[in-house]
Design a protein around this ligand. Sequence first.
Ligand SMILES: Nc1ncnc2c1ncn2[C@@H]1O[C@H](COP(=O)(O)OP(=O)(O)OP(=O)(O)O)[C@@H](O)[C@H]1O
Ligand SMILES: [Mg+2]
Length: 288
Amino acid sequence: MKKPIIVTLVNHKGGCLKTSVTASLGAALARVGKKVLVVDLDAQQNLTSSLIGPIAYDPEEEPFTLYEALMEEAGLDDLITPTGTRGLDIIPVTEDFAGTEISLVSATGREGILKLCLERTTRLAEYDFVLFDNPPSIGLVVMNSLVASDYFMVPCSAEYLPMVGLTLLGTSIGKMQKLAPSLQVLGVVLTNYSHRESICRKTENILRDQLGENLFNTRVRVNTKAKSAPSVQKTIFDFENSAQGRGTQDYSKLAEEFLERVEAKGQTTMPNAVSQEEDFGQEQVANG
Ligand SMILES: Nc1ncnc2c1ncn2[C@@H]1O[C@H](COP(=O)(O)OP(=O)(O)OP(=O)(O)O)[C@@H](O)[C@H]1O
Ligand SMILES: [Mg+2]
């Protein structure tokens, strides 16, 4: 059975554009003919609200939710929902997902449950890519996401505190090596970037020195239109409706680089297990 490439979008720092990058990269990949499934793993429901609108949760009415699927270790087929973009589907989240973190604590094999659910999802074979949007934390939900993934990608605002936060994030993910031995880093993507702000340029220079090729060349620039697009459940591409749109350009470029990176990594014979020191250069970042 064909298996999609599965990617976790992760950063415990809030507001670094994890959700925006998941939605917009997903849409950009769909626009170049890829079949993409995005999964909302955050009880904030931001990805769900952005792409299909918030889902009211009624325990009596709701037939089956992502939370229940995880608790029952069931396949996710019934949760797959189309979005307004051809080729882009979503597994939405409902408010009961807020209980996941606590419920997982006592579950057997608690870090591998999402992976099990995916293995039981028949329709997974339809997709080229699965992108997981995560909450701003490092807990069991994020661990499940990483264990189920081939790669992780880190959106990071181009400023000081998010940059030094990469050190801790690298340490946390590095500790998961035993649970996810073949997980590879796809790269850090600078977001909220503005050429006019010296802190953005400085952050980029430091990270370029320390992360080398693990820093995406593409940056997601500050874009006020990106703030409005989710309110009408439009992707940035539909909202800008212009090839010159800032978000349209950034995310098209990001998708191109994403595909190049995935292809290059796929050609590596040995799986690059995550190494805290090498992949993130944390000490250098912290000292840089
Ligand atoms: N290119 C952009 N420029 C400026 N603001 C943006 C851009 N893209 C998205 N935003 C806004 O930035 C805010 C944070 O973005 P987003 O929700 O994607 O971050 P997040 O990392 O998912 O946050 P959380 O950690 O809460 O899940 C949102 O209000 C969003 O509308
Ligand atoms: Mg988010």
